[in-house]
Design a protein around this ligand. Structure first.
Ligand code: 6PG
Length: 467
């Protein structure tokens, strides 16, 4: 019973995470039903003397020091419950189980209450950064019992990514706070990915950028204010040769985007909360439209589209950089707004500055912008929306005109850019003191006597409209 940390699920993420734990001076014991995975880990981690593994749950549990700290990196859903049931009879009071997968937040709440009754502490901890993040330093988003977190903290702080020496992990809040934050992280991820692909489409169709130019452009952007993991990998993607044929791989990839559900959950829950996140919603819808490839091919033949008026490369590139920066800001603003509201609704007591802070490195949505966002929420802990931060006004104001030009250009030329236009529309609506929704209230009262309020006096009114 000497190992500091236990990990169930020795897939790529699990194996990498455990090796990362060992690299940072802690001993770690792995468990998986698949003996091949167990042996692969022992071989890979053997020389460190700090890693061991077994396919037997009892051996695994007996190898761990108490209170046991056991992380699960298994697919979200029923498997998590099955693993918990399997471990439960072997555990002692105050042992800690950490679910590192993308579990749905209400599942985490259910497991948390169930395990609390048995004296076991449960954490939902989102882990972002893919396989290399798990190996070299992910961003970790843990939620659960604050006191129990103290046992996990030294290990998580050691293995996490560092931003200027600061660990990209912090205790976020009770119950499913960590899974909720990771879910919204993924919603933002969907939004940013959609935006980078719209910009790619515009550069390619509107400016005839070839893959090499796209590679150069995204790479240049990555050394400016758009610096981010997603812009960086986008630049690298355009440089990748196709090993199975001529040209670049990106042109051979089927344009149907898959999804595992976290982006959709973000949108669904935003609707439940009544918080608008249209830049995320449309990213989910676009994956759905992309999946309708056969229908799209049929429809393409039925309708004309305008001939594209080309724009000069330098002008287009400048508009694109500004529009991407603008819409990245809007997307983060929406996701963080959702987190602030969810925090009130579910009692998470989230600190938005702390969340932005642990997203600055390690995770998929890491970006230079997150340092600015952290500062904005540090300056005003109760900021309802990033767009209200004095430090963001200039960034947004100076890029919105280019976004208008680009969205108008895209509309005129039949290039779909719903992420950009939803971001712009969100901005225009959010910054309008008067919207035409007075008419909707009138219509509701007209056909359903739903009543309305007035600008000029208090109270609730109903009118017998002239029919
Ligand atoms: C991360 C990612 C990861 C997610 C994938 C795939 O933060 O490391 O968000 O958790 O599972 O990106 O998501 P989709 O399959 O839904 O695109």
């Amino acid at each position: 019973d000497t190992y500091d940390f236990g990990l169930v699920g020795l897939g790529v993420m699990g194996r990498n995470f455990i090796l990362n734990v060992a690299d940072n001076g802690f001993s770690a014991f792995g468990n998986d039903l698949d003996l091949d995975k167990v042996n692969a880990l022992i071989q890979e981690g053997g020389d460190t003397q700090k890693v061991n593994a077994s396919d037997d749950a009892k051996t695994f549990i007996e190898a761990l020091s108490t209170p046991r700290k056991i992380m699960l990196l298994v697919p979200a859903g029923k498997i998590v419950d099955a693993v918990i049931e399997n471990l439960l009879p072997l555990l002692d009071k105050d042992d800690i189980i950490i679910d590192g997968g993308n579990s749905y937040f209400t599942d985490t709440d259910r497991r948390d209450s169930y395990l609390a009754e048995k004296g076991i502490h449960f954490f939902g901890a989102g882990v972002s950064g893919g396989a290399s993040g798990a190996r070299l330093g992910p961003s970790i988003m843990p939620g659960g019992n604050r006191e129990a977190y103290q046992h996990v903290k030294p290990i998580f702080e050691a293995v996490s990514a560092k931003y200027k020496g600061e660990p990209c992990v912090t205790y976020l809040g009770p119950k499913s706070a960590g899974n909720y934050v990771k879910m919204v992280h993924n919603g933002i991820e969907y939004g940013l990915m959609q935006l980078t692909s719209e910009i790619y489409d515009l550069l390619k169709k509107g400016g005839d950028f070839n893959n090499n130019e796209l590679h150069q452009t995204y790479s240049k952007w990555n050394s400016g204010r758009l610096q981010s993991f997603l812009v960086q990998i986008t630049s690298e993607i355009f440089a990748q040769d196709d090993e199975l044929g001529e040209g670049k791989l990106v042109d051979k990839i089927l344009d149907k985007a898959k999804q595992k559900g976290t982006g959709k959950w973000t949108s669904q829950n935003a609707m439940d909360l009544g918080i608008p996140v249209p830049s995320i919603d449309i990213a989910v819808s676009m994956r759905e439209i992309s999946a309708l490839k056969d229908e799209r091919i049929t429809a393409d033949k039925l309708y004309d589209r305008p001939a594209i008026e080309h724009m000069d490369k330098i002008t287009l590139e400048k508009l694109a950089e500004e529009a991407l920066y603008f819409s990245f800001i809007i997307t983060y603003a929406q996701g963080l707004h959702q987190l602030a509201d969810a925090s009130n609704e579910y009692g998470y007591e989230l600190e938005i500055a702390e969340i932005a802070k642990i997203w600055r490195a390690g995770c998929i949505i890491r970006a230079g912008l997150l340092a600015d966002i952290t500062e904005a929420f540090n300056a005003d802990k109760n900021l309802p929306n990033l767009l209200l931060s004095p430090s963001f006004i200039k960034k947004v104001q100076s890029t919105v005109d280019s976004t208008r030009k680009l969205v108008a250009y895209a509309a005129k030329n039949g290039i779909p850019t719903p992420g950009l236009s939803n971001s712009l529309t969100y901005f225009d609506a959010y910054t309008s003191s008067r919207l035409p929704l007075n008419l909707i209230q009138a219509q509701r009262d007209y056909f359903g006597s739903h009543t309305y309020e007035r600008l000029d006096r208090d109270g609730v009114f109903h009118t017998e409209w002239e029919k």
